[in-house]
Design a binder for this molecule. Structure first.
Ligand SMILES: [Zn+2]
Length: 266
């Protein structure tokens, strides 16, 4: 229904995240979104799979209306359901229940593209009593380059308004100490990647998956020996890593098409 917006990158991202070999999401798990105007968020409709995503599987919701519901202590799931009914009447589908989580990531953290997935590797740690290592000091330099010095870990809470409120409160707290996180881990649930582009969101999810796999192996050998704060800060701020980070941020999600090449030449 959102044919007025160019959702190509969002659709490519969704399908890539849903590729079965990645084990990031199965069935209708996970959801993606992109800010398409000042007050508009295109977000995956509930019940649709990432793997088979197409532009028709996204609905547009008002960032302001959903953000207001998160802020209003008297508002709850019934208010969300009423607004989702409106969207369903107008657009034929309901947004994912996790749309509120996306709204907070866009409004509070300034993300342009967001992906929430349930990677097997990440969830293995998030369902253990060692989930804290995901939000601890980084373990290797490329983790710092892509994810930054600290990710945010939120204990499990009910998906919907309650989770969005918890994320909003903790984002502000985290930002004061570490700046806005690029990855949020949700205890016993999954992860969220907050990016300025679809390409960055894919890299964040891939790196979180790698970090989790390395941590699983590390914990089978013994204790985690993280980088020191000084080493992590050095990687985070040195010039050549900034250049690499900028190059990564500009990386495309897919190989350029004939059209892209033509527009570059003209
Ligand atoms: Zn989820």
């Amino acid at each position: 229904m959102t044919s007025a917006h160019n959702l190509n990158d969002l659709v490519d991202l969704s399908r890539t995240l849903g590729e079965p070999w990645r084990r990031f999401a199965i069935l209708a798990e996970g959801n993606t979104s992109q800010r398409v105007a000042e007050d508009q968020l295109a977000v995956k409709a509930t019940g649709r799979s990432l793997r088979h995503a197409s532009a028709e599987h996204f609905v547009v919701a008002s960032l302001r209306r959903l953000s207001d519901i998160v802020d209003d202590p008297k508002a709850g799931d019934a208010d969300v359901a009423r607004y989702f009914d409106e969207i369903e009447t107008e657009q034929g589908m309901r947004p994912s229940v996790e749309a509120l989580l996306h709204v907070v990531c866009v409004v509070d953290a300034g993300a342009a593209t967001v992906a929430h997935t349930h990677p097997e590797s990440v969830n293995a740690l998030l369902c253990s009593d060692r989930a804290d290592v995901l939000a601890g000091p980084p373990i290797f330099p490329d983790q710092v380059v892509v994810i930054g010095r600290r990710a945010l870990l939120i204990p499990y809470s009910d998906p919907g308004v309650e989770l969005a409120r918890g994320v909003r409160a903790r984002l502000a707290e985290h930002a004061r100490r570490w700046g806005m996180p690029r990855v949020i881990y949700l205890g016993n649930h999954g992860m969220v990647a907050l990016g300025s582009s679809a390409g960055q969101v894919l890299q964040l999810t891939e790196m979180a998956d790698k970090v989790s796999r390395v941590l699983a192996a590390t914990l089978s050998f013994g204790n985690v020996v993280p980088m020191t704060d000084e080493s992590a800060e050095r990687i985070d701020t040195r010039d050549d890593e900034q250049v690499r980070r900028a190059a990564l941020a500009g990386a495309r999600l897919r190989a350029p098409t004939e059209n892209d090449v033509r527009s570059l030449r003209s």
